[in-house]
Design a protein around this ligand. Structure first.
Ligand code: C2E
Ligand code: MG
Ligand code: MG
Ligand code: MG
Length: 273
């Protein structure tokens, strides 16, 4: 009986793995078709100044529709990273963003951030590639902020740091995304060639009812100030969270409480207000 049960469980596990694998293969193939057709869009989520409530920047976020449904980037970015498709995907996203900036003067007045995967830095000369695209679209490097997660420091650290430094020398800003969720160590914060630290939304989510988490976040923010790094808090969903971060002296916030990611047309309406 037990053996039978174990066998069934094993079979269920194998079936599940096979389904998972098939799903991955399906997505990978669909992704390739989408890449060939350049079938991606970019949405923008505003970043606000807490004091003036003005929009100081926007984060670009890739969107992919498959059979009329949006697939979460959380799902397909990982696949694209595993297959190497992240390189052409990243290039298509960059082109979409830069052509939006070129076309819309409103975007030239604010910072536009682009998420960049570790592989884009490690697989080839990304700073040089970016410089070429900026030149092609006649967009100023100072218009663009690159967001990288702490994961970039897992691999070839020295060459990554050099690449980030070159991006900054070009005039781009560099932001560390999802700060606090990777293999963060406060001891390397001062050595990161980054202008901006984006505090991950898990901290935002828990801060109101977890005094210890509050203490940790408070210290991180203090430290960032001392090191001259600008702080952006991600994932603000309500007034209480906003007030807490305002009291902590945070100047930049982003989250559903203010605005969700939106198509460019909708963003432009917000920007002229
Ligand atoms: P991320 O860079 O940390 O982007 C923020 C994510 O949090 C976005 O999810 C955004 O929609 C979501 N978000 C913003 N405010 C709130 C909030 O108040 N509450 C909650 N629950 N969520 C909020 P999205 O667009 O699904 O993207 C997920 C992740 O996929 C991104 O996290 C980023 O790591 C990756 N990603 C998205 N676009 C790109 C891209 O063009 N290139 C690369 N390499 N990665 C991308
Ligand atoms: Mg980001
Ligand atoms: Mg983030
Ligand atoms: Mg993230």
């Amino acid at each position: 009986q037990a053996k039978q049960l174990g066998g069934n469980l094993m079979q269920a596990f194998v079936n599940e793995m096979a389904r998972d694998y098939q799903q991955q293969v399906r997505l990978r193939n669909a992704l390739q078709i989408a890449l060939d057709k350049k079938d991606f869009q970019v949405f923008y989520q505003p970043i606000f100044n807490t004091e003036t409530r003005a929009i100081t920047g926007v984060e670009s976020l890739v969107r992919w529709q498959l059979n009329g449904e949006f697939i979460s980037p959380a799902e397909f970015i990982e696949i694209a990273e595993n297959t190497g498709q992240i390189i052409p995907l990243g290039e298509q996203v960059l082109d979409l963003v830069l052509s939006d900036i070129k076309r819309h003067q409103e975007l030239q007045q604010i910072k536009v951030t682009v998420n960049v995967s570790a592989q884009q830095l490690q697989r080839y000369d990304f700073p040089r590639f970016l410089a070429g695209r900026l030149d092609h679209y006649q967009v100023a490097a100072s218009n663009v902020t690159l967001e990288l997660t702490e994961g970039v420091f897992a691999g070839e650290t020295a060459s990554t740091i050099t690449a980030l430094q070159r991006l900054r020398d070009m005039g781009c800003n560099v932001a560390i995304d999802d700060f606090g969720t990777g293999f963060s160590s406060l001891s390397y914060l001062n050595r990161l060639p980054a202008d901006i630290i984006k505090i991950d939304r898990v901290f935002t989510h828990g801060i109101a009812d977890d005094p210890e988490l509050f203490a940790v976040v408070q210290k991180i923010i203090e430290l960032c100030k001392q090191l001259n790094k600008r702080v952006v808090v991600e994932g603000i969903e309500d007034e209480v969270q906003l007030q807490i971060f305002e009291q902590l002296g945070v100047e930049r916030v982003q989250g559903f409480f203010f605005a969700r990611p939106m198509p460019i047309e909708q963003l432009l309406k917000l920007l002229v207000k």
